[in-house]
Write a protein that binds this ligand. Structure first.
Ligand code: BGC
Length: 768
């Protein structure tokens, strides 16, 4: 998607040529906290642009800016946070949310909204997980692409962030994320790659942290080699706010725009470096070109007045919140599940047999995270109000606990507990609104636990002891443990941080106005000790080692067959679905291979609902370690009762490939692949085995090639095999792993040094 540009390439070059070095340098850093620098003089006009947060609502500050959400911002629709949007698995919906965000951005005369975030949820403790979409790169990348497409459809830019390997808040401005080439490519960069190549964000924001020892803001590999040379992207790289340590090195690496303003300090450094001959002015010109392209891309939109239908955006935020909620549990009590609320249990008659609400979050909603993404909402729904509107009657309420640093923090815990228990006793259904206090999760620091606060669990346990009909509604950005307490809650609805209409969206699901269709975008572990990065998060002494490698999220739990509370992709509905008729076939080979998959999904229940059909691919035998299965495609399908639909997927070779750490490129290895279709990483309806013709992934033979490698070589094998015929089996096993030259040294086979050299030459010649 490319917006109309108002300046021809020739005019851009003429403009660059007419600027002084000082003027060019000034365009490459902010004018203030949120604006780029303008140039207005005879014959030259480069307007300033405003860039502001993001990602789930516009945070336009009028007064002096800050990036911690301290100074207030103008009201804007607070859409569900990424933790919620990720659980929709619905690119079409996210494109609509994106378009609404883009319209609000444009109406506020802002050129770029700083989001979405495409960092992988490496660990549930990351304080900023509420701003990220998933633990899986395909899901994260596709949903980020949908948001970008929606936002940029309004003519304003996005800033895909934080590039790259920014998976924790602890020490985020210094830590080196030390990650091997395969997980870097297959997990961490893959999420960005999908978003960049599918949706072309007009800007990408570099991360604060170092990647393998070098600041992301100064890492040419990331900002130029990968982004531009490999992915063919032509946008503008902006620094995270304050991420630049060495401006000249950053410019050389491909960082175009430094934000916020450096009060001329770094502009002067750029000018001095060019004058001293240590920086090629071509780097300055290239960055200026990218700034001018962004000016051109966004000029029409910010010049065209736009109005926002605030009520319509609130309604969209509510629709998105309802679609985000994941029904984790809905066990029968007295023969029937508690959800959706039944008229008998909802009618709040004088006998008090109806619904009661417990938990401070019912009236003080937790709906977004803290830090730079903090939005001033246009309105704010709370669950009590939404329930009363839906049920048409007052809903008795007891706060049960206080929220640390929230209203009434000093109230007596025992008295609150006793009040909640008294209210629960004899009630038809108890809705318990639990979650994480705002102070627990924020930009700038991580959590140390995934448990709910003890005060809340105490209330839940006491309430459940007097009334088994308990539905827990969760509000939290990062994943929390449910295993510790789910025996007290026959029904659990995870509503995440659902934005300003999060409460009414969750109530739509509770009442059955909407059938739940959210699916987990991250695995819920049984214990914190089970999580992949348990021993290495958040690192020490300036380094965090990504020792789990590729085994992030479900890839870890599935490879080790570790029990989980709820698997990746899981989420219940009020209706039921069946998947059958799964087919998969391959055409082409190697990098040209394509896999066609189809499956039929049927709504087998008696209510409308939506299911997410998930396609996983496995490569059971490979020359490198591969995850048990990996998500490669998905589709959310809305179906009326009894309705069936066949969905098809066209996978390209990347669905089969791994990043070859010796060849440094994507590689499809031939052999058996298994395509599975299901509704979670652990609930697979059917699997189809495919025989794929791959590329030759063997390395050329050398004298250090092992006997096994010689025996796998089509030229060497017929000559070497007979030489091993009389070898003792134990010796043969040992020899398998010995370099051919050593076998020749030892005279273990008739192969001589001369014979080996000749064989290697002929074998490699045959490869071409
Ligand atoms: C955050 C970014 C944000 C920027 C501007 C930084 O601290 O990491 O995500 O866009 O501030 O507020």
């Amino acid at each position: 998607m490319t917006a109309p540009t108002s300046r021809s390439p020739l005019a851009t070059e003429q403009l660059i040529a007419s600027l002084t070095l000082e003027e060019k340098a000034s365009l490459l850093s902010g004018h203030d906290f949120w604006h780029t620098t303008a140039i207005e003089r005879d014959g030259v006009s480069v307007p300033s642009m405003m860039l502001t947060d993001g990602p789930h609502g516009l945070r336009k500050q009028l007064a002096a800016g800050d990036h911690l959400g301290l100074a207030s911002s103008v009201p804007a629709t607070c859409f569900p946070t990424a933790s919620a949007l990720g659980s929709t698995w619905d690119p079409e919906l996210l494109t609509r949310v994106g378009a609404a965000l883009g319209l609000e951005t444009r109406a506020a005369d802002v050129s770029v909204i700083l989001g979405p975030g495409a960092n992988i949820k490496r660990d549930p403790r990351c304080g900023r997980n509420f701003e990220y979409l998933s633990e899986d790169p395909v899901l994260s990348g596709d949903l980020a692409a949908a948001l970008i497409a929606g936002i940029q459809s309004q003519g304003v830019g996005t800033s895909l962030k934080h590039f790259a390997v920014n998976n924790q808040e602890s020490d985020r401005m210094r830590v080196s994320a030390d990650v091997d080439e395969r997980p870097l490519r297959e997990i961490y960069l893959a999420s960005f790659e999908r978003a960049v190549t599918k949706a072309d964000p007009w800007t990408v924001m570099c991360a604060y942290n170092k990647v393998n020892g070098v600041y992301a803001s100064q890492k040419r590999f990331l900002l130029t080699q990968v982004l531009r040379e490999e992915w063919g992207w032509d946008g503008l790289v902006v620094s995270d706010w304050g991420a630049v340590r060495d401006r000249v090195a950053a410019l050389e690496a491909g960082l175009d725009l430094e934000m916020p303003a450096s009060d001329g300090r770094t502009d002067a450094a750029v000018v001095a470096a060019v004058r001293a001959g240590t920086l090629d002015e071509a780097h300055v010109d290239a960055a200026v070109r990218n700034v001018l392209r962004l000016v051109d891309r966004t000029a029409d939109a910010v010049a065209t007045p736009a109005t926002v239908d605030v009520a319509a955006h609130h309604a969209l935020a509510r629709e998105a919140a309802a679609a985000s909620a994941v029904l984790l549990r809905n066990e029968p009590v007295d023969g029937a599940p508690l959800l959706p609320l039944q008229p008998a249990s909802s009618a709040n008659g004088a006998d008090g047999a109806g619904v009661v609400a417990i938990g401070e979050f019912a009236r003080t909603p937790r709906y977004q995270g803290a830090g730079s993404s903090l939005v001033t909402p246009t309105q704010l729904d709370d669950a009590l109000g939404a329930l009363e509107a839906a049920l048409g009657a007052p809903v008795p309420f007891a706060p049960g606990f206080t929220i640390p640093e929230g209203p009434d923090s000093a109230l007596d815990g025992d008295a609150l507990l006793a009040e909640a228990v008294a209210l629960a006793e004899g009630a038809g259904t108890v809705l318990a609104f639990l979650g994480l206090p705002a102070v627990d999760e924020s930009e700038g620091y991580d959590r140390t636990t995934i448990s709910l606060p003890a005060a809340q669990l105490r209330v839940l346990e006491a309430v459940a002891a007097v009334n088994p009909r308990v539905v827990v509604v969760l509000s939290n950005g990062g994943a929390v443990s449910v295993s510790e307490w789910q025996q007290h809650a026959p029904a659990i609805l995870e509503s995440w941080l659902g934005g300003q209409a999060g409460a009414s969206g969750a109530v739509d699901v509770l009442t059955g106005a909407v059938s739940p269709s959210g699916k987990l975008a991250e695995t819920l572990p049984v214990r914190l000790q089970d999580v992949p990065a348990y021993g290495s998060f958040p690192g020490e002494l300036g380094h965090v080692t990504y020792g789990e490698g590729l085994f992030v999220g479900y890839r870890w739990y599935d490879a080790r067959d570790v029990a989980v509370a709820h698997p990746f992709g899981f989420g219940l509905s009020y209706t039921t679905f069946a998947i059958d008729g799964v087919t998969a076939s391959v055409t082409g080979s190697g990098a040209e291979a394509r896999v066609a998959v189809s499956a039929t999904v049927t709504n087998t229940g008696d209510r409308a609902g939506a299911e997410v059909v998930q396609v996983y691919v496995s490569d059971p035998a490979a020359v490198v370690t591969r995850p048990e299965r990996e998500l490669k495609a998905f589709a959310k399908v809305a179906l009326e009762p009894g309705e069936a639909r066949t969905v098809t997927f066209d996978l390209d070779s990347r669905a089969l490939a791994f990043w070859h750490p010796a060849l440094h490129r994507w590689t499809v290895e031939g052999g058996e692949f298994v395509v599975s279709v299901g509704t979670s990483s652990r609930d697979l309806a059917a699997s189809v085995s495919l025989d794929v013709v791959g590329e030759d992934v063997s390395a050329p033979l050398t004298e250090m090639s092992t006997l096994a490698e010689l025996l796998a070589d089509p030229v060497a094998e017929p000559e070497v095999r007979p030489m091993t015929a009389d070898m003792d089996p134990a010796l043969l096993s040992m020899a398998d792993d010995m370099p051919a030259i050593v076998l020749a040294d030892f005279g273990m086979t008739p192969l001589t040094h001369v014979g080996l050299a000749d064989l290697i030459e002929r074998s490699n010649a045959a490869r071409g």
